[in-house]
Ligand binder design. Sequence first.
Ligand code: DX5
Ligand code: ZN
Length: 233
Amino acid sequence: MISSTPPKAPFVIAPSILSADFTRLGQEVTDVIQAGAQWIHFDVMDNHYVPNLSFGPMICEAIKPLAKNAAHEPIPIDVHLMVQPVDALASSFAKAGANLISFHPDASAHVHRTIQVIKSLGCQVGLAFNPAEPLSVLDWVIEELDLILIMSVNPGFGGQSFIPSAFKKIQEARQRIQASGKNIRLEVDGGIKPDNVRAIADAGADTFVAGSAIFGQANYSEVIQAFHTQLSA
Ligand code: DX5
Ligand code: ZN
C-alpha cells in the first residue's frame, strides 16, 4: 500500500565537541563519528555574548577533513555561534567548512541580513533561542531557515541540567514549523541524556545535541546507541 504520509525525518544525534578531550581532539572527532554521530556540533563562544571562550574557525578547518564516515560520506559540521556580532565570524566559519551555521537573533542587529549572509556563503542557516528568549522573530523569518535551535540550558557551558520550560518552547517551535510547511529541523541543545531524549522528541524535536552525556562516557557507541534505543521505543 502506498502511503501519502511523507516519511518522518530521521532523528539526528549531534555530539558537541565542547566536551571532548582537547588534547586529542582529532581522534575524538574520528571516534565519535565511528560510534554513530550523524553531525558534529561545534560550539563557538566569544566571552562577550556568553561568559566563556571556546574555539574559532581555525579549529573548524582543522577537523573538517575528519568529518566523514567509514563510507567517506561527509558528516555535517553544525556550527553554533554564541558570538556578537555575528556576520564576520559566520563568514569565517563558512570558509572553514561549516555546513550549518546557527546564531542567536538577539546577537545580530539585523537578523534577516545575517541569514542572507550565511545562505550566500552556501551554508544552511539556523536561529538559536535562549531559555528566556521568545520565538516571535520567527513570524518574520521562518521561511528563510533550515533549522531552529532551542537552548535547554543558558549558553556558555557544557554539563548543565535541562531546563523543563524548554518542552513548551519545543512544542511551539514544532507548531510553527508545521504551519510554515517547510522542511526545517528542530534541534535542542543542553542537558540531553538518554533518559530524557524520548520526552524531548515527543515534544517535537528531531535533532539532539549532547556533549557531556557522550564524551563523559568510556564507550561512545554504547551511549549513542542508548539514545537511538530510546528514540525508537
Ligand atoms: C552550551 C552549548 C551546548 C553544550 C551541550 O552553550 O551550546 O552545546 O555544550 O553540553 P551538554 O550536553 O553537556 O549540556
Ligand atoms: Zn551548542
